[in-house]
Design a protein around this ligand. Sequence first.
Ligand SMILES: Nc1ncnc2c1ncn2[C@@H]1O[C@H](COP(=O)(O)OP(=O)(O)OP(=O)(O)O)[C@@H](O)[C@H]1O
Length: 469
Amino acid sequence: MCWHKDKAAFIRLTGVSVLQSAASSIVAPSLRYLTAKLALGWRIRLTQHLLKSYFGKNAYYKFTSQGIMLMQISLITNDLEKLTTDLSGLVTGMMVDVRFRELLSHSKDLLRKKWLFGILDDFITKQLPHNVTWVISLLYALEHKGDCALTSTQGELAHALWFLASVVSQSFLAFGDILELHRKFLELSGGINRIFELEELLDAAQSDIQQLGASVSSGVDDLSSKDIISFSKVSIISPGQKLLARKLTCDVVQGKSLLVTGPNGSGKSSIFRVLRGLWPIASGRLIKPSQDINEKVGSECGVFYVPQRPYTSLGTLRDQIIYPLSREEAEVKVLTLCKTGFKSSGANLLDAHLRSILESVRLVYLLEREDQGWDASPNWEEILSLVLELSVLSTSGSPVLFITLNLASLMSAPMPPSVDVEEHLYQLAAKMGITFITSSQRPALIPFHSMELRLIDGEGKWELYTINQ
Ligand SMILES: Nc1ncnc2c1ncn2[C@@H]1O[C@H](COP(=O)(O)OP(=O)(O)OP(=O)(O)O)[C@@H](O)[C@H]1O
């Protein structure tokens, strides 16, 4: 039967074919889209889960201080730059050659296997189907040799051949997919293994830290821990087993700030590590407020740890001050605090409040200096030598400003505040009832403190002095 003799059927078939093609062009990309979305969802959940374990209970500190896990962390972030930086930090000296040779031989092996697999894959999924089709067609043609003269049989033969070719090629493609599955499965199991390894390490770190927390808190007197930091015969030993302070005994009560001095490497920062719970205490008893303000912004009282390097967040001038709150959270807090008759929006109130903070720390010029005012977002690291932190809750219900003055960075900062600004900041904070424990070697800071703890030699010896003001 010739096609022009059944024009309607031909048009119908063509229509069906077009519809099928349209459906197929929708289905295939949609499947890809759904698969990618599923993968993204998994990635988000897994990343959130791992990051929670990583950042919880100081686990990150344990990892970074031990120099392990860098590879695994890059697994979470997929950050190539960080991976290469960390790797370059891990391999040193002779190790580089050995590792490089291992990497080279592994890469060569991988390339060879990929080449062999490529040949097999190409042959099975692309070349073999044609040959098989032709062989089957030949057998078919030989069997129906006598009917070839008939036009109708020729048409049917062409149709059958076309059908056969697509069935055969699809079957081989499916077979190719099965071959590919093996490789995908191997990759998947490798990924799962690495993630489980990370999970196990995080679990181990968390349980170590829990034990450490239990041992420290067993020595903490909760009743008197609200307004005192007390070291009682505390021995501080570094992870490298170096004794930095032997039986350190020192009380920091409200209003009596402490200055920790001593030569480089004598253990000044280690006192803060112990206070923060990053290092366990070898012996003795440590009493401190149970609340770390860094962990719970807005808490009424507690200890705030100022990082040695100033932290500036990506974002606007406003973001620098309200960090780690989001703008919305800060607006809500300010509105809650100022439950006065103010007929002003949260945004206006917040900006007014932040302006008063900048005024009190003599940084209001930043607002005028940047064209976009609060919304300016230059590289703050190059501009700010101070980190300002805003906590908007206090026992009395009035806004409290915590100035987190980064003393350690003052000297090296691109724009160190002048001595009088520094003095002003200390006075301001003291007026607000903030008691300091400062680590510094600068004699200029002595007048702002009531006691000096001098770490003598970095081998455990220390002396405590009262500062006459
Ligand atoms: N994570 C760590 N693991 C092992 N040893 C450490 C670690 N951190 C510090 N140390 C060691 O502990 C000792 C005291 O270091 P620390 O940073 O407390 O000194 P510092 O007085 O604050 O020094 P600087 O004035 O240079 O800041 C040093 O010998 C240092 O090498």
